[in-house]
Every structure is written in C-alpha cells, then in structure tokens.
Design a protein around this ligand. Structure first.
Ligand SMILES: Cc1cc2nc3c(=O)[nH]c(=O)nc-3n(C[C@H](O)[C@H](O)[C@H](O)COP(=O)(O)OP(=O)(O)OC[C@H]3O[C@@H](n4cnc5c(N)ncnc54)[C@H](O)[C@@H]3O)c2cc1C
Length: 340
C-alpha cells in the first residue's frame, strides 16, 4: 500500500468555508478544479491516506476531453494519455480468429474536436487535478473523514459539518455554505440526507482485472477483455478464468499475465438516487454517490466528472451573484436523466 501523502499537513481548523467537497475521486477533483478556476474558496477532503497511484478507470471520452480543454488542461491530457482512435471487433469462424471491422471512436451525432478516447489510468487523471488544484493553492486534506452535519440558524454558513482527522482522531466542526458529496457508492453524505436509491440488479457475476500483460496480439491497444461467469469466487480463481479466457480468445496469438494490479468482482447493477440534493439546495450528491452504471463501455468516471462540471459552474455563478439560486435545480434534472 502507498504511504500516506504529505497532504495531511494542510489540515486547517474551523474557519467558515463556502464549499466543502467530500471525496477526492473523479467527481470531487472535477468539482474542485472548476470551482477553484472560478475563484471560489473551498476545502476538499478524503478519508483515504493517499491518492490512487494507477489503475481503475482508464478511458476519457471526447466530451470529457472538451471539459479538460475548458479548464485549461489539454496539454496535461496529451502528456499522459494514449489516443485510441478506433476499436477493433474480432470473432472466431470455423476456429479461425478474424477481425470484422475497425470502428472509429467518433460520435457522428455529436461532432467534437477530440474524435478519440484518451487512455490514461485514474492515477494520472487524479495527478493532473492534484497539480492543477495545487497551482491555485488547494491541497486535498487526507485522511479526513466526513462524519455528518447539522443545520444552524447562521444566515451565511447554515451547515455545521463534522470532520474527523483519521490520524489524530480529532473532530473539527466547520461552518459551511454548501457540501458536495462526491464520496462514492457508499456515500455518507447521501445517508446523512436519508436519500433512498432505486436499484436494478441482475444475477450475473462479472469480473474486471487490471493486469500488465505481454502479448503479440495485433490490436492489444484497441481491445478490452471481459470475463463473465458464476464460478467467480476469489481473486486467484478470477485471474485463472480471465487468463484462460483471454488465451482461448486470442489463440493463435499469445498473452502472458506478468503482474496483477487489481481484481474486482461485482453483480451488474444500475442504481439511481431518488434525489440529488437537499430541499434547500445546500447539500448535493455527485458521481457514484448519486448514480451507478454497469462498468461496461467505461461510462463511470466520465459521467462522474460531467456531473461535477454541470453542478459547479452553476454553483460558482450563484455564489458570485451572477445567477439565481434556482439555476442549481437544473443539476438534478439534467444529471438524473443520464442514468436512464
Ligand atoms: C477497476 C475499475 C475499473 C474502472 N474502469 C472504468 C473505466 O474504464 N471507465 C470509467 O469511466 N469508469 C471506470 N470505473 C468506474 C470509476 O472508477 C468510478 O465510476 C469513479 O471512480 C466514481 O467516481 P466518484 O468520484 O463518484 O467516486 P470514487 O472514485 O469512489 O471516489 C470517492 C472518494 O470519496 C472518498 N470518501 C468516501 N467516503 C468518505 C467520507 N465519509 N469522508 C471522506 N472521504 C470519503 C473515498 O475515499 C474516495 O476517494 C472503474 C472502476 C474500477 C474500480
């Protein structure tokens, strides 16, 4: 496991904060980057001791690349990512492996200046945000946990949030104007608001493994291997099954798994929160905290960052008095729709 980052040292006490972002994943980082670009003072906390180093979500879609551009980060994207311009489809006929077509990663219905998917693991994506936030004086405070909040009579900062420093076990009370719950699928912010979710679950077991593999397969950078099966019981079995599956799919090409970064098993499910904010438009949930998709087609991270961008430009304008607070209500209308 990675060592705790030095970011813990930026933990500061008690002063009122316009926006508190809970969770430094794709949604939290995007929220922080957008708000700080608008000059909105904020704090961002995460209970993990250090950022993700590598792995997890890897495909940044064209619309997300456009957002990076609007935040002034296109060069960083180009520096770390590999551009995937097309996907190859393969099939087996009479025992022979054949490539049926190349399909461009271009959305003909939504023209874009970025007709490709940027392939870059989540460690790099988060590093870009850490550097960007740091350039504007914002550091992620780690390991700090959001515990809960109460409302107060204070006109300007009506939420009293409790944060626990997981090293010192000290609990800090912070008056804030807004809380953005970007704290993932098991969101404590969502639970504090007592928001229920509708879940559509299948009985299929799926597995995703992130591996370093040596292969002579022609389209190694243009394909994803997916494994499926009810016999998925533990990491070792999963890797065995996925390796056998990849070998038989690719034969006569070869593939050898050199290192396993992570293995994840899950049931395919779609979950959507009944509501994305409290009645006063003070506390919002974003990203996996408010909706989850099947990981197929790599929508997770992109949709999460798009949630954050959608909410935070609106929040920035309302905090600066340039838009009516009712603008914030369009966040739920627009983002709930993306899960359907
Ligand atoms: C192996 C794997 C592969 C994936 N591949 C893809 C892909 O190819 N493409 C894609 O788009 N998506 C992919 N995803 C999905 C994607 O990673 C998630 O959808 C995305 O990370 C969700 O972002 P988020 O910011 O909403 O939540 P998270 O990334 O879950 O971040 C939540 C953060 O909140 C913190 N937190 C939680 N509770 C608290 C608390 N009480 N106090 C303080 N901090 C808290 C957590 O420590 C965490 O850092 C993949 C996921 C995995 C695991």
């Amino acid at each position: 496991m990675a060592q705790p980052s030095k970011e813990i040292h930026s933990f500061s006490k008690g002063s009122p904060t316009p926006v508190l972002i809970v969770g430094a994943g794709p949604a939290g980082f995007m929220a922080g980057a957008t708000l700080s670009l608008y000059g909105i003072p904020l704090r961002i906390i995460d209970k993990r001791p250090s950022p993700i180093q590598r792995g997890h979500a890897s495909g940044l879609q064209p619309r997300t690349a456009e957002i990076f551009h609007s935040l002034g980060l296109p060069h960083e994207l180009a520096r770390y990512s590999n551009k995937m311009t097309e996907t190859s489809f393969w099939f087996r006929e009479n025992g022979e492996l054949k490539r049926s077509k190349h399909s461009p990663e271009k959305d003909i219905f939504n023209p874009t200046n970025y007709p490709h998917v940027n392939i870059m693991h989540q460690g790099h994506t988060e590093r870009i945000f850490v550097e960007d936030l740091s350039s504007r004086g914002v550091e992620v405070e780690r390991p700090v946990e959001f515990v809960g909040f109460e409302t107060s009579e204070h006109e300007e900062f009506p939420l009293n949030v409790r944060l626990k420093n997981l090293v010192s076990a000290m609990v800090e009370e912070v008056p804030v104007k807004h809380v953005l719950g970007c704290d993932g699928g098991r969101s404590t912010v969502r639970k504090s608001l007592k928001i229920e979710s509708s879940v559509h679950q299948t009985s299929d077991s799926w597995a995703v493994a992130e591996v370093f593999a040596a292969t002579n397969f022609l389209d190694a950078r243009r394909r994803k291997y997916e494994g499926k099966g009810s016999e998925l019981t533990n990491d070792k079995t999963v890797i065995g099954i996925l390796t056998d599956r990849a070998k038989s799919l690719l034969h006569p090409f070869k593939i050898e798994i050199k290192e396993v970064e992570s293995v994840r098993m899950y049931h395919i499910a779609q979950r959507i929160a009944d509501c994305f904010c409290d009645v006063d438009d003070r506390v919002f949930i974003l990203g996996d905290a408010c909706h989850a998709h099947s990981p197929k087609a790599g929508r997770g991270m992109n949709v999460r960052m798009n949630d954050a961008y959608d909410l935070t430009w609106k929040l920035a304008l309302t905090l600066r008095g340039r838009a009516k607070p009712s603008l914030l209500q369009t966040y739920q209308t627009e983002r709930q729709y993306t899960t359907r």
